[in-house]
Design a binder for this molecule. Structure first.
Ligand code: DC
Length: 231
């Protein structure tokens, strides 16, 4: 039987990391974990309690409750997808909205929040084979991952993809605002003190600006085959 692999997919926001990671997991029959969804769920929890808003951030209140935040990924057979649950409530739609997106960088900069998320991410059974996407998976969460991919794409392409994704969901938003939000998140992701976004030394770069999803899948299958054949 093939060895179960740990596949870490890191990179910039709106590069299609989750789509790619999800498809790889389906192809291999592995568990898929969208670690960004976990930071988004914590952010939503904090917004609802008013621990974060556009003017203030109550870090000590967040820290006192961090252990009470439960995040689960529950399979929805109708959609054939996993959905994110926050303390037993399905929050999959809400965590993708612009307001959570606007606050998530601040929450993901809090040291104890990151510590807790990494702890939860490592607890997920790896004996099954896992594909996890995020910002620090190959560098911090699974530094010994079997395959590490670092994804990037041009700013315009990323903004276009995000724009059509939101449009499909019925969210009306100006293209330039999306661009500004992506730039702001890149800066926050790359410059935070703890676990900033960076390519692991042994990660393979995938610039998918001019690649279709099918082309990306062919590319990764080759890498997986090489890994399994020891080349
Ligand atoms: O992948 P995403 O855009 O859904 O992630 C949401 C935010 O969470 C992103 O701005 C950075 C943060 N994040 C992180 O700091 N570390 C991760 N492993 C995943 C996401």
């Amino acid at each position: 039987m093939d060895k179960k692999l740990i596949i870490a997919i890191d990179g910039y926001s709106s590069c299609g990391k989750s789509t790619f990671a999800r498809l790889i997991a389906k192809e291999l029959n592995y568990i898929f974990i969208d670690s960004g969804a976990m930071y988004r769920a914590v952010t939503l929890f904090c917004m609802r309690k008013n621990y974060i808003n556009f003017r203030s951030l109550n870090t000590s209140a967040i820290l006192s409750e961090i252990k009470n935040i439960r995040i689960d990924f529950v399979f929805n057979p109708d959609l054939n997808e996993y959905e994110t649950f926050l303390n037993s409530e399905n929050v999959e739609k809400e965590i993708r909205g612009m307001e959570v997106t606007a606050h998530v960088s601040k929450i993901s900069q809090i040291h104890e929040v990151r510590e807790r998320m990494v702890e939860l991410q490592r607890q997920i059974s790896v004996s099954e084979g896992i594909v996890m996407d995020g910002r620090d998976i190959g560098t911090v969460v699974f530094p010994h991952a079997d395959i590490k991919i670092f994804m990037t794409a041009s700013l315009d392409i990323r903004a276009k993809r995000r724009h059509s994704e939101l449009k499909n969901k019925g969210v009306k938003i100006d293209f330039d605002e999306i661009k500004r939000s992506i730039i702001a998140r890149d800066i926050a992701d790359e410059n935070r003190d703890i676990s900033p976004l960076r390519r692991a030394d042994d990660a393979i770069v995938l610039d998918n600006s001019r690649m279709t999803v099918d082309e990306q899948m062919l590319w990764i299958k080759q890498i997986i085959d090489n890994k399994r054949n020891g080349s």
